[in-house]
Design a protein around this ligand. Structure first.
Ligand SMILES: Nc1nc2c(ncn2[C@@H]2O[C@H](COP(=O)(O)OP(=O)(O)OP(=O)(O)O)[C@@H](O)[C@H]2O)c(=O)[nH]1
Length: 308
């Protein structure tokens, strides 16, 4: 039997130090405006800080000790669990966006870092998650690049994306198309039917654009009052022209009355295209000018037309 006195004892100064760091850690966990938790490898919560009070369904008495599949609906729990598993299996910190419902039933997006907790032998026994609410920042970011009336991207985003898409197209040796679309005799439409009706026309144009350019990578913008743009890649000029024609036909097909737009008598679009091939080193302004000149030809070729 080992003598009880042989057991390692902590000097009282060390004990005081441990108590102090424990107090600091608890104060941190209680006051940090982020979610901090640990889970075992079966997904059972083993620690959760006070900020979890904000989460829908949180119950201080049962949260710790419950499995995340008991705590959250399956569509919420599954991605959370997938990220925990990745951190444990890959033995590294992973950064992901995660979503959970708050007590007020609103869905919030969190930037989460998940990392494994390992014992002295390097064996993973749990994961730790630290999550900061980025819902407001995300909404602000989306708002700053979105046109309020149509929910298309705005001109600011067009300027940013044009450069990126041009570089990507050059790298991937693809042809990128810049399409400009403009509502025919829109000033007259506003004058005849009123500004609120005019707004509805702009929203109808946006609908047709979304309908026509729905492939991943297609980008649609409202870049001015009644001026719209699309950036998209295609197999070549003929396919781009066919897509532009689809957009023209979509708008004409809506048959929105516009008596001042002769001879159509309904709302129509004029469209101009410019092609950005990898070998042509034109600037953003030059490409825009080419598309704008094509749009001008469409306007002067009778409107309700696609030009290149
Ligand atoms: N309803 C509405 N009208 C807008 C908005 N922004 C700009 N406009 C109007 O859009 C009209 C654009 O007209 P113009 O650029 O002169 O050209 P147009 O009458 O369409 O003539 P063409 O382009 O030659 O066919 C102007 O009367 C603007 O006041 C908006 O957000 N809502």
């Amino acid at each position: 039997m080992p003598d009880r006195n042989d057991a390692p004892t902590l000097a009282s100064a060390e004990l005081d130090e441990l108590r102090e760091s424990d107090r600091i850690l608890r104060a941190l966990l209680d006051n940090a405006p982020v979610l901090i938790s640990t889970k075992d490898l079966q997904g059972t919560v083993t620690m959760a800080n006070r900020h979890f009070e904000i989460i829908d369904g949180y119950d201080a008495a049962s949260f710790v000790g419950s499995n995340i599949f008991q705590l959250f609906p399956r569509d919420i729990a599954e991605p959370l669990w997938r990220n925990d598993r990745r951190a444990a299996l890959e033995k590294r910190a992973i950064h992901e966006e995660e979503q959970v419902y708050h007590r007020d039933k609103t869905l919030h997006t969190y930037a989460t870092v998940k990392f494994p907790l390992m014992d002295a032998d390097g064996v993973v026994y749990a994961t730790c998650a630290v999550s900061a609410d980025i819902t407001d920042a995300r909404t602000a970011r989306i708002d700053s690049v979105t046109d309020e009336l149509t929910s298309l991207h705005n001109r600011r985003y067009y300027n940013v994306r044009f450069i990126e898409e041009q570089k990507r197209a050059r790298r991937d040796q693809r042809t990128l198309t810049l399409l400009l679309a403009d509502v025919d005799r829109f000033k007259e439409y506003n004058d005849t039917y009123g500004h609120p009706q005019g707004d509805k026309v702009l929203q109808a144009v946006a609908d047709c654009m979304r309908q026509t350019f729905h492939r991943s990578g297609d980008l649609c913008f409202r870049i001015g009052g009644d001026e719209f743009a699309c950036l998209f890649s295609s197999s070549g000029e003929e396919e781009s022209l066919a897509l532009a024609e689809q957009l023209r036909a979509c708008m004409a097909g809506r048959q929105i009355p516009h008596t001042g737009n002769q001879p159509m008598q309904h709302v129509s679009l004029s469209l101009g295209l410019a092609f950005i091939t990898p070998e042509v080193g034109l600037s953003q302004e030059e490409i825009y000018r080419l598309a704008d000149q094509a749009l001008y030809r469409a306007k002067h070729g009778g409107r309700n037309t696609v030009s290149r």
